[in-house]
Structure formats: C-alpha cells, structure tokens
Design a protein around this ligand. Structure first.
Ligand SMILES: Nc1ncnc2c1ncn2[C@@H]1O[C@H](COP(=O)(O)OP(=O)(O)O)[C@@H](O)[C@H]1O
Ligand SMILES: [Mg+2]
Length: 266
C-alpha cells in the first residue's frame, strides 16, 4: 500500500520544498521506494533533487491535464530509490487550463492509484489553488511547515482550514504535523524568537502538532545551489540531523509509516 503525504502552506517560502526533498532523500537512503510529486511552478523540489525542469519532456502539468500518465512523467533523481514527477516553470499555464475542467481535484488521486512506491510526498504550491486541493484529495495526511515569521504562521491556519474543508467533502484526512523551519539560534533575531513563541503558544490549533525544529543554516541554500538534497550534500551537518529527528517524530505521529510497516507491506 502506498502512503501519500501532502506538504503545504498558504504562504510561499516556508520551507516546503527543502523539507520535501530532505525527507524524501532520508527515506530513499533508508531503502524506501519514494516518489516526490512536484506540484509547484517554482519547481524547487525538482531542482533540489538534481533534475533540470527545462529538460523534462513530461511534467506534472501534463498529468493534471491527462495528456500523460504518471508513469510517463516519472524520472530518476540523484538519490537512489527516489523518483520524481517533475514540475516545469510553465505549470501555472497548465493550472489555468485545469481550472474549471471536470473533476480537476480528482486528477492527482486517480493518477497515483497504481504508483509503485511506499511513500509519495507532494510538494504543494504556496497558494490555495485547485492543485493544492487535488494534492489534498490524493493524500492520506497533510503536513505543514513554517518559518517562524508571522506571514508564514498565518499561512498555517489558512492551509489547515482548507484541509478541513477537503476532509469534509472527500473523507477523513487531517493536517497532522507542523514543521518549524529555518529557526534561528535563540540569541539571534528577536522577531523570529517572538514568532516562535507565537507558534508554540498554548491554545493554537497546532500547539500539539509541532515537530522538532529545523535550524537556520547556510548549508540549506548551499545544497540547493549544488542541486543536491541536504542528506546527500551534507550528511554530517546539524541541519541534516534536525531533519532526521523530524522524520522520527513524523513516524511516531503516524504521519509517515514506520520502517517496519513499509517493509512488511512491500
Ligand atoms: N533551514 C533553513 N535554513 C536556511 N535557509 C533555508 C532553510 N530552509 C529553507 N531555506 C531557504 O529558504 C528559501 C525557501 O525555502 P523553500 O524550501 O524553497 O520554501 P517553499 O518551498 O515553502 O517556498 C530557500 O531559499 C531555502 O534555501
Ligand atoms: Mg517550494
């Protein structure tokens, strides 16, 4: 059985693509069969997995418009075990065509039905578009990420309310974890520290959902510039260790299947 996770936030630049790529790479390196579906026109997950968007003949836009099957779109990445449905920078045009087409929000779910993977991670766009809805309809569970600044924190609530609407319309699913990303050291950036306190505050809808924090690190943009996932570029760095702790926490929460379950079923 394939387990599908949608990673989203209503704000751009929240750490979504970095997190999808890092988690996918950790899972792939641990022997899981992973598919990353890049549903964002920025194509950061595509680039971050070492694939050049302009060289992809078939992309997620073609799958959404039913011009190609998921299998036709899948490409290998720099990480063994991790395959990718790439995005192209022309995706916004595809999405415009998609809007208003019949059952558009079902397209990813149907496309993923027979995918050969233990885990599918969907990198959602930073907007609440029809593609985000399609990703949520396809997913078993949702995860959100946030830089500790107020804009991204506002994006959590908006994403969660969309998840709730999709759950009401299409059946059980929830946003089960919030990953705090690019968290600066405590003695730096008063603004961030204040926002982090807001993120942590009791009574927030997500106060029980926070995973361990991912620190701010120059190694993140450096890995991206080298078009390598963090665990491949910098396996020994502290920020990569942070993502390992996040992965363990997501398994504990049931957001990701534990290793044993994946092995039993495959
Ligand atoms: N932990 C981190 N430390 C430093 N920079 C980060 C970190 N996580 C993400 N970034 C940077 O922030 C920017 C946005 O991150 P990204 O993952 O692309 O966000 P999103 O997919 O939500 O738009 C990128 O330039 C990325 O390199
Ligand atoms: Mg992104």
């Amino acid at each position: 059985m394939t387990w599908t996770v949608a990673v989203g936030n209503a704000a751009g630049s929240a750490g979504k693509s970095t997190s999808v790529v890092a988690l996918a790479a950790l899972l792939g390196l641990a022997g899981r069969k992973v598919v990353v579906l890049d549903a964002d026109a920025q194509a950061s997950a595509t680039v971050g997995l070492g694939v050049e968007p302009s060289e992809c003949r078939v992309t997620v836009g073609d799958v959404l418009l039913r011009r190609a099957t998921l299998t036709e779109a899948l490409v290998e990445t720099v990480v063994p075990g991790v395959r990718l449905v790439p995005a192209s920078r022309g995706l916004d045009g595809h999405v415009q065509q998609l809007t208003g087409q019949r059952a558009a929000e079902q397209r990813l779910r149907l496309a993923l039905i027979d995918v050969d993977a233990d885990i599918v991670l969907i990198d959602c766009p930073g907007s609440m578009s029809v593609v985000t809805v399609a990703a949520l309809v396809a997913a078993d569970v949702a995860v959100t990420v946030a830089f500790p600044t107020s804009k991204e924190i506002d994006g959590i609530a908006e994403f969660m309310s969309l998840v709730k609407e999709v759950a009401e319309a299409y059946g059980e699913m929830e946003c089960a974890a919030v990953i705090p990303c690019a968290v600066p050291a405590r003695n730096r950036g008063g603004l961030y520290v204040a926002a982090m306190a807001l993120l942590d505050a009791e009574g927030q809808a997500w106060s029980g959902l926070l995973t361990p924090q991912v620190r701010q690190s120059v190694k993140v943009p450096e890995a991206f510039a080298n078009r390598l996932p963090l665990p491949v570029a910098f396996p020994q760095e502290a920020v990569t260790a942070d993502y390992r702790l996040v992965l363990d926490d997501l398994r504990r929460r049931g957001v990701l299947p534990s290793g044993e379950e994946v092995c039993r079923e495959s």
